[in-house]
Structure formats: C-alpha cells, structure tokens
Design a protein around this ligand. Structure first.
Ligand code: FAD
Length: 382
C-alpha cells in the first residue's frame, strides 16, 4: 500500500524527496495527469532571457525521478475521485489505487478568460511545462504578443518576451501593474520600467474578444480598440484545484484546508502547494511549499512535524525593475512611507507604534529585503 502523492509539481516531488530523507522503506507512488518531468516552474517566465528552451528546463525525466526516489511515477494518469472511506483513489480508467497515507499536491488551474471571437480558443495559458512547450512553439517566431493580466506572471512574461525582441502589449483592468502586491509608488516604478523597455501597457481595460485576422489574430479591448498580434497569452489568475477534495467531503475554503501538520479534515490525507490553504493561508509560491514539504516529509515518516511559515516575501523577476514585496494585511493599521527615487524604492508599511506590517522594494533596493523580513513576526511560528 504505502504512500501515494497526487501531483509531480514542485510540491509533489519536494515532498517525495523530503520523505526519503527520513524513510527509505515505505512504498511510494506518485500519480500525475501531466508528463511527470521535474522542472522549476518559476523558470517558465525567464526562458527567453536565460536562453533556455523548454527541454533545457527539464531537471529530471519521470523514469530518473522514479529511480532516485525509489518510487513508482505514473504519468499521464488522471485521478478522478478520492475514496477516503476505502483509503483509495480512483483513476480515470476505473482502476483504484489504495493508500495508507495520501498527499494532495494538485496545484491550481489558470482562470480561463471569458472571451468572445472566433480565435478565443487559440489563447494560451502557461501554468506547467507542457503548456509552456506549446506556447514557445507559437511564440518563438511571433512578432507581437498580447498578454492579459498585470500580476506576477503577466509582468514577468511581458518582460521576458520584450527582452527577447518581441513586441508586447500588456493589458489589465487595474490602473497599475502588480495590484495585489504593490502600493502606487513602486507600482509606477515598474510601470515606467516596463514602458521604457518597450512594453505597451494598456490599463483600465480588459480583453473581450480574439478573432482571426489577415495575419495572426486581432484582440479587441473593452474600450473598443483593437490590437494585432501573432499570439495571445492569458495570465489572469489561478484557482486552487479543490474539486476532487470537495466531492470527497474534505473541508475546502479558498484551498483544501489543512492544519499546521498539513492534515486535511480526512484522516491520513494531507495537502500542500497551490491547492492548499495551510493554517488559513493560500500562498501559491515556492517558499511556502518548500517549508510545508519539509514538515510533511517528517510527518509521513512517522515523526509528526508542524509547518513553520516565516514571512516569505514575493520576488517578481522583472529584470527591468525587480520587485520584492510583502503586502500588509488588508485590515492592518498604518500607512506607507517611501524612501528612494526613480526605480529604486523602499516602502515600509508601519503603524503609529512603528510596527512593520508589510514592505515593497524595487530596483537596487531589493537587496534590503533581509532585515525587513526578519523584523516581521512569522505567519505560523514555532
Ligand atoms: C510562470 C510562473 C512563474 C512563477 N514564478 C514564481 C517565482 O518566481 N517564485 C515563486 O515563489 N513562485 C513562482 N510561481 C509559483 C510557483 O511556481 C507555484 O506556486 C508552484 O510551482 C506550485 O507547485 P505545485 O506542485 O503546488 O503545483 P503544480 O506544479 O501545478 O503541480 C500540480 C500537479 O498536480 C497534478 N494533478 C492535478 N490534478 C490531477 C489529477 N486529477 N490527477 C492527477 N494529477 C493531477 C498535475 O499534473 C501536476 O503534476 C510561478 C508560477 C508561474 C506559472
């Protein structure tokens, strides 16, 4: 029986590696709907800048991963149901796989944009290596790319494609990029840097339709303006994959709910990574899942360990103006204060007693991240 992990993204493979540090005996099976190749997802949005093809990003083929983890890796295999009552999962071919302990490392689904037009189906989304491979095949020779979404992924792809010489239109409904991460002043710094490198930014509008044009496609904005492009990429957000858990009766909030031991509401089922809400936090980034996997590896091996979450600032890899930020909670008292000029800014969000609740660093000031991070209390302490 042993341990079954669903998902071979960073959360799945990191958990498997951490488990094997403490337990080399228990049979381990990883099941994935995708190709099962190990890769670091953050590298998808720096591929052009680092002159890496999709195959350069592969860190391990599934057979090599299986060997190094002393595990079975079932690729191209979708799980259709969790059967907690039977301690088993059901695959789409109808077979069941039993488990003693089950880990949900299911990731998140990119949100599909509601688009009209006869080429809406041709819009790309990139949230895994397989999708990136298809995107690169279309984008490598593209003269002009339209990107929907001004968050981390949209901004990073805009920066990367522009640096590689593509024409880029970046479209989003908010007034400034990184609306959930940055206050106004540093967001302007990024806006200016992207504009300076030649990204055409269209704020306050959405993309409403994509149609075939004489060459390539024509993207229509909510303002009525049209943009010609060869390729359109949508990066408007991610939604944790919770439907398997919900259907099986596990408690789901914004993600699959777990406690500090990564345990879900069902015995012997754990969750981490982009699909999980750990101790109330949905943090779809690498540092939280790495901390979670470290704790879960021990727990699965029979040495229960709670996850520790320090403040883990988000780094945005826009080479034109790098960003490191930890936004304050919405209800935090206080105000922003800024220091610096141009693209090199340091913003601190403090209350009247001087307590730091969040910060934003851009350009050369990102190197000041450590003392600020250390000044903040952990999210989930020791
Ligand atoms: C372009 C890009 C850049 C990023 N840059 C950064 C960055 O700089 N820093 C940072 O911290 N974070 C970054 N992130 C976020 C970070 O990469 C993710 O938080 C992390 O990779 C999520 O890993 P995961 O294992 O939870 O999910 P995933 O990698 O999505 O893995 C999910 C796995 O579950 C499998 N699966 C799902 N459903 C089923 C099913 N029903 N049956 C079988 N298998 C299933 C999938 O096949 C897949 O193997 C970036 C994300 C993107 C898209």
């Amino acid at each position: 029986m042993g341990i079954v992990i669903i998902g071979t993204g960073l959360a799945g493979y990191t958990t498997a590696r951490e488990l094997r540090k403490h337990d080399t005996e228990t049979p381990l099976t990883l099941v994935t709907a995708d190709s099962g190749r190990a890769y670091s997802k953050p590298m998808l949005s720096t591929g052009y800048r680092k002159q890496q093809t999709p195959s350069d990003l592969v860190q391990g083929e599934p057979a090599a991963m299986a060997e190094s983890l002393d595990a079975q890796v079932l690729t191209g295999t979708s799980v259709e149901a969790l059967l907690p009552g039977e301690s088993a999962i059901r695959l789409t071919d109808g077979t069941t796989l039993p488990y003693e302990q089950l880990v949900l490392a299911l990731g998140a689904d990119p949100i599909a944009p509601p688009l009209g037009g006869d080429a809406a189906e041709a819009v790309f989304q990139v949230n895994d290596l397989d999708q990136y491979e298809r995107f690169r095949a279309a984008a490598d020779d593209a003269r002009r790319v339209v990107i929907m979404g001004g968050g981390l992924i949209g901004c990073e792809f805009a920066n990367d494609l522009r640096e590689a010489g593509h024409g880029v239109d970046l479209v989003f409904p908010e007034p400034l990029p990184l609306p959930r991460l940055l206050p106004e002043q540093p967001a302007w710094a990024l806006h200016a840097a992207l504009t300076e490198m030649g990204v055409a930014i269209h704020t306050g509008v959405t993309l409403v339709a994509v149609d075939h044009g004489t060459a390539g496609v024509v993207a229509t904005l909510s303002s009525g303006r049209t943009l010609e492009a060869d390729v359109v990429l949508a990066a408007i957000g991610l939604r944790p994959r919770t439907s398997l858990a919900k259907t099986a009766g596990l408690t789901v909030e914004q993600g699959i709910r777990t406690d500090r031991w990564l345990a879900t509401s069902e015995p012997n089922i754990y969750a981490l990574g982009d699909c999980a809400a750990v101790g109330g936090y949905v943090l779809p980034y690498v540092a939280p899942l790495t901390n979670a996997a470290r704790a879960l590896g021990r727990t699965l091996a029979g040495e229960p360990a709670p996850v520790h979450y320090p403040v883990m600032p988000v780094t945005v890899k826009t080479s034109c103006c790098q960003v490191v930020a930890w936004p304050p909670p919405e209800d935090a008292p206080g105000a922003w204060q800024f220091d610096g000029e141009g693209q090199n800014l340091r913003g601190e969000y403090r209350d009247t007693a001087g307590t730091l609740h969040g910060f934003a660093l851009t350009g050369k000031r990102i190197k000041e991240r450590m003392p600020l991070t250390k000044e903040m209390p952990p999210l989930l302490g020791e």
